[in-house]
Design a protein around this ligand. Sequence first.
Ligand code: 8YV
Length: 330
Amino acid sequence: MRKKPLVIVTRKLPDVVETRMCELFDTRLNVTDQPMSQQELADALRTADVVVPTVTDRIDAALLAQAGDQLRLIANFGNGVDNIDVSAALARGVTVTNTPGVLTDDTADMTMALILAVARRLVAGANTITSGEWAGWSPTWMLGSRITGKRLGIVGMGRIGQALARRAKAFGLSIHYHNRRRVSGAVEDQLEATYWESLDQMLARMDIVSVNCPHTPATYHLLSARRLKLMRPDAIVINTARGEIIDENTLTRMLEAGEIAGAGLDVFEHEPAVSNKLLRLAKAGKVTLLPHMGSATREGRIDMGEKVIVNVKAFMDGHRPPDRVLPNML
Ligand code: 8YV
């Protein structure tokens, strides 16, 4: 009988996913869920046929240079692959797959939740109750901003951007977007979305800006200091994509100075570190911060695991895995 492939999983996955993986493959799990050190990752790349990493594992070119010839597949548990130097992997003949599609709705829901949380001061309001500070209703207290009728600028109109647009449209926001490629007329019509070829021009006119593009070398600090300064002082910024897409230092300074009204951030430039300045802004009720939970639903994490299994199984059976990451996606 053919030997089962050795699959090393770097973090704890949902039980049903781990059980199925153990049935199908010679699987090494991480029962403690402690993130692997770079040394442990290097050992995994030297031993396994397949490595299943997550966003917390940095698999860069230097690490890949230490991989053994037996390594054939990196099946990322996650949609974004900025934790992996995909070009270096492909150059070594290692296939990379991800888990697109199954976390679209959950991430779009969380983006909408952050828009509402920031505009309507959800966390600050809830905190007045738990801190015992609430002395009763008043006509001019805890006022936020209405979102109905406001302009939402979506940076990145892929699956998640479009899912956000559908939700936001139902909330009465007008939909604007910037994307590398303009989406089809049918999609634009359905979403009643206005395309902005110039990101600069769009940013200058939006009430709410949401980042929904992948982090690639081309999108690193896409919302640079220069671009952030184009935004209106009463605008808010939402990011459920990757921290690196926004110049976080500049955003923080502008929030402190009142040059941007608020922010809802689920991701940070140096995760899991969050700067003291952002923490102070959160305490002051100017920003809502979440610990990278955009896709964190039980259902989503099982679906992501199933995608990983399908990719590994297809690859090991000699087929093309459905979610290969190709150079033109980077
Ligand atoms: C995941 C994500 O939690 O899939 C992604 O790109 O950002 C998250 O929703 C994480 O990446 C899992 O590795």
